[in-house]
Design a protein around this ligand. Structure first.
Ligand SMILES: *[C@@H]1O[C@H](CO)[C@@H](O)[C@H](O)[C@H]1NC(C)=O
Ligand SMILES: *[C@@H]1O[C@H](CO)[C@@H](O)[C@H](O)[C@H]1NC(C)=O
Ligand SMILES: *[C@@H]1O[C@H](CO)[C@@H](O)[C@H](O)[C@H]1NC(C)=O
Ligand SMILES: *[C@@H]1O[C@H](CO)[C@@H](O)[C@H](O)[C@H]1NC(C)=O
Length: 282
């Protein structure tokens, strides 16, 4: 056959055997602890898919092959996904579609990243990428006050076992406290623990009491949560340092213990007054 006929043949043929990914279903956000997720690569092949049909999944770029299926063979799970998927999961009864999807059991945060599905035959190929973030809203989230000195309170907000990088802010009357200090740590699993503390002076509380809000957010995961604590200026220091005050009733109960601890705190108090005097003197 001459060259132009060959050319026309190729064009016609590429129509009937083209591969085309119609939809790549990868959940953008998955909360840690979710039982399973399904990543589905829904493709169409022409009437006859042509020889060499292969479905591959990659993680974080073209070097991270995690899945390969050559119908009618059994699918193979490689690397990152080994032992983390349901090997018998079938999304369709059609022999050329059955194993196009992956069912990941109990996904961990380390499976966050870009998933690329590549469908190819010997002459055609299509690919699409979507990202999935497995986030952890944390195991504990506490906002407490520590009353060690008169006129001052330390607000301490702690959240643990978070992913990805969290932001923790203490709000006073809706605005972040400027002098708050934040300490962020990451463990060997990549999980974050974050702690924000702020020292508030009674003079800065202009009402009989103030409700402070600690806001935890995971910006990349669109996640936000908060805790509150109510502070009453003029409270005497408590020896046990840490009380969590949520309701006025609780606050009254804790103030009963104050008399008992008052005298044991007098040395602290004395030092504090000395330091205030000293500040005023300079
Ligand atoms: C994941 O995809 C995003 C957007 O497509 C890209 O900016 C990022 O570099 C990719 N990350 C990796 C590890 O491939
Ligand atoms: C994959 O890429 C994401 C960013 O897209 C990155 O956060 C993650 O650490 C990467 N995972 C691995 C195992 O390389
Ligand atoms: C986060 O929320 C915004 C607004 O609701 C939305 O437009 C965006 O797509 C969300 N991001 C993710 C990753 O779901
Ligand atoms: C705290 O969370 C509640 C619901 O849980 C919400 O209604 C409120 O707006 C949040 N407050 C702040 C300051 O984000």
């Amino acid at each position: 056959m001459n060259y132009s006929i060959h050319f026309v043949f190729l064009i016609l043929c590429s129509k009937c055997i083209a591969v085309n990914i119609k939809r790549l279903d990868v959940p953008a956000l998955v909360e840690l602890g979710t039982e399973s997720v399904i990543l589905d690569c829904d493709y169409s092949t022409g009437e006859t898919p042509g020889p060499g049909l292969v479905i591959k999944w990659f993680f974080n770029g073209s070097t991270g092959l995690v899945y390969q299926w050559i119908p009618p063979l059994q699918p193979q799970f490689i690397g990152l996904l080994k032992g983390k998927v349901d090997p018998n999961f079938k999304i369709s009864d059609e022999p050329l579609q059955a194993y196009r999807a992956i069912k990941i059991i109990n996904p961990g945060t380390h499976l966050s990243g870009n998933y690329t599905c590549v469908v190819s035959t010997f002459i055609a190929e299509d690919s699409q990428t979507r990202s999935m973030l497995v986030y952890s809203p944390g195991k504990s989230f506490h906002f407490q006050q520590e009353k060690k000195y008169v006129f001052l309170v330390t607000l301490r907000c702690v959240a643990e076992y978070l992913y990805p990088r969290p932001v923790l802010t203490i709000l006073s009357k809706g605005k972040p406290l400027e002098r708050a200090l934040t300490d962020m740590r990451m463990d060997s699993w990549g999980m974050y623990t974050v702690e924000t503390t702020a020292l508030v002076h009674d003079d800065d509380v202009t009402s009989p009491w103030e409700e402070f809000v600690c806001v935890l957010s995971l910006p990349l995961a669109n996640y936000t949560s908060n805790r509150t604590t109510v502070y009453y200026p003029g409270l005497m220091p408590t020896h046990s340092a840490s009380i969590e005050v949520k309701k006025p009733q609780e606050h009254q109960a804790s103030s009963k213990t104050i008399l008992h601890t008052f005298f044991t705190m007098s040395i602290d108090l004395f030092c504090f007054i000395l330091s205030r005097r000293y500040q005023h003197a300079v």
